[in-house]
Design a protein around this ligand. Structure first.
Ligand code: AMP
Ligand code: MG
Length: 546
């Protein structure tokens, strides 16, 4: 068992199996087109004063690392300053559709993969699982275009925090091992208003079985590099979908596509239920493994609103708004099908898989909604279907915090039934409502709608059709509706403190995010977004600047 980072054994199947470019040193960090290659070799650019800010023991355990890290070693290795034996650092080549338009070659402009570690397994993973270890913010690569290859502390902390929080929420995701301060300022124009300023720079160490995106295949299809497309598919099958076969046959490719579709549908269904809005669902930001990748201007629905768009850069078209995510995922998978089509004798074979997205999504979404309501919903029953429809309408009627609403619904099933419990039950929901004058206790109209929904839900909850005991169903409700979310304003508080040198708010937030389905002792973490945070930068919406 490795005890320290330097005892890890690094492998390099991606670099070994796939064609890449090993440029002369003078060219390595220069932006360029990299045809006929899956990667371009590049070393992280050293940083002046790396310092370990945060570390995830749960992510470390995936690599077989236990206990607290040596901060000096972690800072040196996870900043890219110290290269360990077996590492063959590279930036991957991919393309993508950004905001619906083909953007050409993109690639890892600031992420550098150090190598692959064969891990120890861990919760939800197979023993012997391979983990790609990648530094984000490690300096320029062939794919940096006109940018600096760096990342600021605020966006890196958000990625570190949210990756781990999403894992604990049970949402498929890339992981974050560490957050390192580089000691080197990075200049960003955060509001895109011509006022750039120097901010602390940072690097996140990310882990994923692979960071291959839909865009990896798109660039190869677009450039007619079909042989490389087949080699990439073969590598992916061998290492990540061995159950589909290791040779790039039509059957295996169709299976790969269908698996990606099914997993993406499940992932987006989870996003919808925990209220996660990715913010930049470009095809280069969607993983072929169906795991959440590239945390940027994301947000959680503090207010239930299908139009909620956390990315200010997307305010005009709201393409990546909360309620549009399933449709966008489907569209992205259509682009993925188009990219796989040249590799398949009969591309029409991809069509059923693409259509199946809708059923996969609906199945997952409905099953979880049933758990959240504590009911075995019968979707062919008009009463059950109307109950859910009316619930969603109720949530949009006035500004409502959906997380709090669903947690209170659990308590509501345990209040006395009938008239005597009415007032008590309605009051339970007060904390979910933003506008004091629109709270059910004070607004007759809202109260009547809420009361009506609660009566119907309660009647259904106590219905003899439900054969599972009520307390077991309540436990199921708790396990399906998170109490704690890494809301943007909480992340921003952790960022403001970290920029002042105080890491405690981050540690405390990360700690409650480890048990998101339990009520933490500190009620602050389960409260709705405070009013001061409504329009404050970073607290509900934020720009792409990172
Ligand atoms: P995103 O939409 O943030 O995932 O980024 C889109 C593309 O821009 C990817 O190819 C990134 O690697 C690249 N990129 C973003 N920020 C930077 C940066 N500061 N330096 C170099 N490349 C970047
Ligand atoms: Mg990206």
């Amino acid at each position: 068992m490795p005890r320290t980072l330097s005892e890890l054994t690094f492998d390099d199947t991606f670099v070994r199996t796939l064609p890449g470019e090993v440029p002369p040193p003078a060219l390595a960090r220069r932006s360029r087109d990299v045809p006929h290659a899956a990667w371009a070799a590049v070393d992280p650019t050293p940083v002046p004063a790396p310092r370990l800010l945060a570390y995830s023991p749960e992510a470390a355990a995936l690599l077989g690392l236990e206990g607290t890290p040596d901060p000096g070693e972690a800072a040196a290795v996870l900043s890219g300053n110290r290269r360990l034996p077996g590492m063959r650092p590279y930036a991957a080549r991919y393309g993508g559709h950004q905001f619906g338009h083909w953007a050409g070659q993109l690639g890892d402009g600031r992420a550098i993969t150090l190598g692959e570690v064969v891990g120890a397994g861990g919760p939800g993973t197979r023993g012997g699982q391979r983990w790609e270890v990648q530094l984000k913010g490690a300096g320029p690569t062939a794919f940096s275009r006109r940018s600096d290859g760096r990342a600021v502390l605020r966006s890196s902390l958000r990625e570190f925090l949210c990756s781990e929080a999403m894992f604990h929420l049970g949402v498929p995701t890339t992981r974050a091992l560490a957050l390192v301060d580089t000691g080197e300022p990075v200049v960003r124009d955060m509001f895109y208003d011509g006022h750039p300023r120097a901010e602390p720079g940072a690097i996140v160490t990310r882990l994923a079985p692979t960071f291959v995106r839909l865009g990896h295949f798109e660039i190869l299809a677009e450039r007619g590099e079909h042989t490389l497309g087949r080699t990439l598919a073969g590598w992916l099958l061998t290492h990540h979908f061995p159950e589909l076969g290791t040779v790039c046959t039509d059957d295996a490719l169709v299976g790969l596509f269908e698996t990606t579709v099914a997993r993406t549908a499940r992932m987006v269904s989870d996003w919808m239920h925990v209220g996660f809005v990715h913010g930049v669902m470009n095809t280069d930001n969607l993983s072929v493994l169906g795991i959440t990748i590239d945390y940027g201007p994301y947000g959680f629905t503090d207010v239930y609103d299908p139009d909620f768009t956390p990315n200010t850069t997307d305010f005009q078209s709201r393409r990546y708004r909360y309620g549009h995510q399933p449709a966008v995922a489907h569209w992205n998978l259509y682009r993925f099908a188009m990219a796989l089509a040249p590799l398949i004798t009969d591309p029409a074979r991809l069509e059923p898989g693409l259509s199946a997205f809708v059923t996969h999504f609906e199945d997952h979404w409905r099953a979880r909604m049933a758990r959240r309501l504590g009911l075995t919903l019968d979707w062919t029953d008009p009463g059950d279907a109307a109950l859910v429809k009316d619930l969603l309408a109720l949530l949009t009627a006035v500004e409502t915090d959906p997380a709090i609403f669903f947690r209170r619904l659990i308590d509501a099933t345990a209040t006395p039934a009938g008239r005597s419990g009415d007032a008590e039950r309605v009051r339970l929901f007060d904390p979910a409502y933003y506008d004091p004058s629109a709270r059910p206790a004070d607004d007759g109209d809202v109260r009547a709608r809420l009361q009506g929904f609660l009566d119907r839900h309660r009647a259904r909850f106590d219905d003899p059709r439900e054969t599972t005991p009520a307390d077991v169903r309540r436990a199921g409700m708790r396990a399906a509706s998170p109490a704690v979310l890494p809301r943007n304003y909480l992340a921003q508080e952790a960022i403001d403190a970290a920029e002042r040198g105080d890491l405690q708010p981050l540690e405390r937030l990360l700690d409650v995010c480890r048990r998101p389905y339990e009520d933490p002792a500190d009620a602050r973490y389960t409260a709705r977004r405070p009013e001061w945070a409504r329009d404050k930068a970073g607290c509900s919406a934020l720009s792409c600047s990172s």
